[in-house]
Design a protein around this ligand. Structure first.
Ligand SMILES: C[S@@+](CC[C@H](N)C(=O)[O-])C[C@H]1O[C@@H](n2cnc3c(N)ncnc32)[C@H](O)[C@@H]1O
Length: 236
């Protein structure tokens, strides 16, 4: 159990994330991070990519990039990528070893730091928004989404019983998000053209894939474990 009185968010990440997930696999990607396993991780990335659309020559900000696994995939499909994370040590190492991507140390919940960001055709936030104030952080990132651009996120679903038990363990450091809060927040942002969501439901038999994914919809059915959402900006 994390003690919120004695451990700051940066300390939490340094201790539980940066050190623990240093192991690199044979193709140079850091291993499974905080996903339950690599299959969950890479299936999540595939739905994020689908939501992001065509990214060739597009400016993409990967917010909360961790060891940069998803940023590297984005680069591989032709995007011009900036990866940002709160942990400066990770960012420094990525700068050394992956110089083809711009890496910056940025706290996405910090107004001043977010104000220094540029404009992006797409902002991705995979498995990070549960560690910050969701609404406040989306409000800081949204002004950096260019006209006709997208903000794509993947969050644990607050209505899922598995997420609720994890929430108890991590106290204020881990706040899953409900589809209602995503939908109602999107209504308050300027120039939103559309919001689409996809539910990721754990399959009973996971030998083929861990998740059964829904279609892209405006209202999800049942209680998925994860919600992938896309907020599309109008063209102005
Ligand atoms: C579970 S990892 C996900 C990493 C990556 N997005 C992925 O899916 O592979 C969460 C990442 O968010 C970062 N993070 C947490 N809070 C953050 C904040 N306020 N600003 C920027 N990054 C943050 C952590 O340091 C960690 O690298």
């Amino acid at each position: 159990m994390v003690n919120p009185e004695t451990q700051s968010k940066a300390e939490y990440w340094e201790k539980h994330y940066t050190q623990r997930h240093r192991e690199i696999d044979s193709v140079g990607l850091a291993k499974s991070l905080d996903y339950s396993n690599e299959r969950v991780q890479f299936q999540t990335y595939s739905h994020m990519l689908e939501g992001a659309g065509v990214l060739t020559n597009k400016n993409v900000l990967d917010a909360g990039c961790g060891w940069g696994n998803f940023s590297i995939i984005l680069y591989g499909i032709g995007a011009i990528v900036t990866g940002i994370d709160i942990i400066s040590g990770t960012v420094e190492e990525l700068r050394k070893h992956r110089p083809f991507i711009t890496w910056q140390s940025v706290d996405i919940s910090n107004e001043e730091q977010c104000a220094t960001l540029g404009m992006y055709d797409c902002i991705t936030a995979t498995e990070v928004l549960q560690y910050v104030d969701f609404a406040a952080t989306i409000n800081l990132l949204w002004p950096h989404v260019a006209p006709s651009g997208r903000l794509v996120g993947c969050v644990p679903n607050r209505d899922c019983p598995l997420a609720q038990s994890a929430m108890q363990r991590f106290a204020h450091l881990w706040e899953p998000v409900s589809q209602d809060s995503i939908a109602s927040l999107a209504q308050t942002l300027p120039d939103v053209q559309e919001i689409m969501m996809k539910g990721l439901y754990f399959r009973e038999d996971q030998h083929f894939l861990p998740y059964q994914a829904s279609d892209w919809v405006t209202q999800l059915e049942g209680t998925p474990n994860r919600i992938v959402f896309v907020i599309l900006r109008g063209s102005e």
